[in-house]
Design a protein around this ligand. Structure first.
Ligand SMILES: O=C(CO)[C@H](O)[C@H](O)COP(=O)(O)O
Length: 148
């Protein structure tokens, strides 16, 4: 599975940790930067290319990290086809995929510790959309908004 990953300076350290973690699990990781710690970078510059790659299906899923995860989620959701969410608990990490077909997980590098973040990302990547009729119905209503 090809996974895209990106972070600003607030998420840089966690991104590096997750990059190693995912590589060790056997995922094909595409790193959209930042490639070095630069406290003057802007999260949209890093997260938008990742979100576009998810939308274009260049990568199957995305992992975005900024300081809180909030900015990453806001900007990623501006890209049609992206269903991003800030995740701070294990249940939502998999339920967001199972029910809502979340394709991009956002994490706060200043909020979530490395080991906990690894488990959130693992749960996110191992989860699959259930395809249940009620969830499909809701998803279609979400997707319809993108054509307006
Ligand atoms: O979390 C973020 C956006 O949601 C950013 O990482 C955060 O705002 C960066 O702050 P600063 O430039 O003060 O380091």
């Amino acid at each position: 599975m090809k996974i895209g990953i990106a972070a600003d300076h607030g998420g840089f350290e966690l991104k590096e940790t997750l990059h190693t973690f995912l590589t060790n699990l056997g995922y094909d990781v595409v790193d959209f930067g930042a490639y070095r710690l630069d406290t003057l970078d802007d999260y949209p510059d890093l997260i938008i290319p990742l979100a576009q790659a998810v939308a274009n299906q260049e990568v199957e899923r995305g992992v975005a990290v900024c300081g809180s995860g909030v900015g990453a989620a806001i900007v990623a959701n501006k890209i049609p086809g992206v269903r991003a969410a800030l995740i701070n608990d294990h249940f939502s990490a998999h339920q967001g995929v199972e029910d809502d077909d979340m394709n991009l997980i956002c994490l706060g590098g200043r909020i979530t510790g490395n080991r906990v973040a690894e488990e959130f990302v693992r749960a996110f990547l191992e989860a699959r959309f259930s395809g249940a009729e009620r969830h499909l119905r809701r998803l279609k209503k979400v997707i319809k908004l993108e054509s307006k």
